[in-house]
Write a protein that binds this ligand. Structure first.
Ligand code: SF4
Ligand code: MG
Length: 318
């Protein structure tokens, strides 16, 4: 099927007092309707920035974003509203930036207000429908978010994100602040909603167990670039990039044996001064001379599987 979201060669730069940071470099990815693409990497790798650029909370420095057939890359800010209907975002703490006096009903209905959708009664009915969809009682509408637990608050955030029937939802660490048992409830809710609504998810998380649980395909980011992308099975059982192997090495094995992994040593280099050549060479146990000068490009290593590494498949650890 036609991708519902297509990102081509997207870049994001920040100017700060310390200089320029290339937070996202030449990222391309596509989402099919109803699929979940997991996006993993260490904190500071640019995955949240990429997610925010896709929903145009951050202006990209270059590249293109196509959403449901429309190029939204250069839609001027004042016309973004229409484009934004189709792509919504869920944050780790959905109400951190919102007025705590608002009721849950007002919060969920706000996107409908902004887009001038429906009468007061119709919006009320939509709020009740969304509360039912996310498993919250009807009387939740009259209460304020701080009266709810973390898991319930995330249900409210999801209801709000779904109010406009988006084609794509970007979820940035949506369960990272929750207890493991509550995490499972929210992940199952997201999966049920996806089944019912056909919405595509870009699921951003540093937690590989969570990503393995929810994703159809997985992209791995390192210092602003995608270094590997594959279907879930391949990524977790036969990863191609030494960095992916290192990330997998750091998490406990759940569903049987992992592929051979490599140890991850050293800190993430400063994004102000990324290493030349392959940006991972300062931490890669398999680095060769060539890796210090020549940046690897993403290349096909199997069906739907791309890896940015100079090593040939034969040289990769089996
Ligand atoms: Fe390691 Fe070289 Fe591959 Fe980079 S290109 S991941 S340094 S082997
Ligand atoms: Mg983040």
């Amino acid at each position: 099927p036609e991708p519902v979201l297509q990102v081509e060669d997207l870049s994001v730069r920040f100017q700060t007092g310390r200089g320029t940071v290339q937070a996202v470099s030449g990222v391309s990815l596509a989402l099919a309707p109803g699929e979940t693409l997991g996006l993993v990497g260490e904190s500071g790798c640019g995955k949240s920035t990429l997610g925010r650029a896709i929903v145009r909370l951050i202006e990209p420095a270059g590249g293109r974003i196509h959403l449901a057939g429309q190029d939204i890359t250069h839609v001027p800010r004042h016309r973004l509203r229409t484009a934004r209907r189709k792509v919504q975002m869920v944050f780790q703490d959905p109400f951190a930036s919102l007025d705590p006096r608002w009721t849950v009903g007002e919060l969920i209905a706000e996107p409908l207000h902004i887009h001038a959708i429906g009468t007061r009664e119709e919006r009320g009915a939509r709020v009740r429908d969304l509360l039912r969809k996310v498993g919250l009682p009807q009387d939740a509408a009259e209460r304020t978010p701080h009266q709810f637990s973390g898991g319930q608050r995330q249900r409210i955030g999801i209801a709000r994100a779904l109010a406009l029937d988006p084609a794509v939802v970007v979820l940035d660490e949506p369960v990272s602040a929750l207890d493991v048992s509550v995490q499972a409830q929210i992940l199952n809710l997201l999966s049920d909603l996806q089944q019912a609504l056909g919405v595509a998810f870009l699921f951003i998380s540093h937690d590989l167990s969570v990503v393995e649980y929810v994703s159809d395909r997985v992209a791995v980011m390192y210092l602003g670039r995608i270094v590997e992308l594959a279907d879930r099975e391949t990524l977790f059982r036969a990863p191609g990039h030494p960095y992916t192997r290192a990330l997998l090495d750091a998490v406990p094995q759940i569903g049987g044996p992992r592929a051979a992994t490599v140890p991850l040593s050293g800190d993430l280099p400063s994004p102000y001064a990324p290493p030349p050549g392959c940006a991972f060479h300062t931490r890669c146990p398999l680095a060769q001379a060539r890796c210090r000068s020549e940046a690897p490009v993403l290349r096909d290593v199997g069906p739907g599987h791309v890896v940015a590494c100079h090593l040939t498949e034969e040289a990769m650890p089996a």
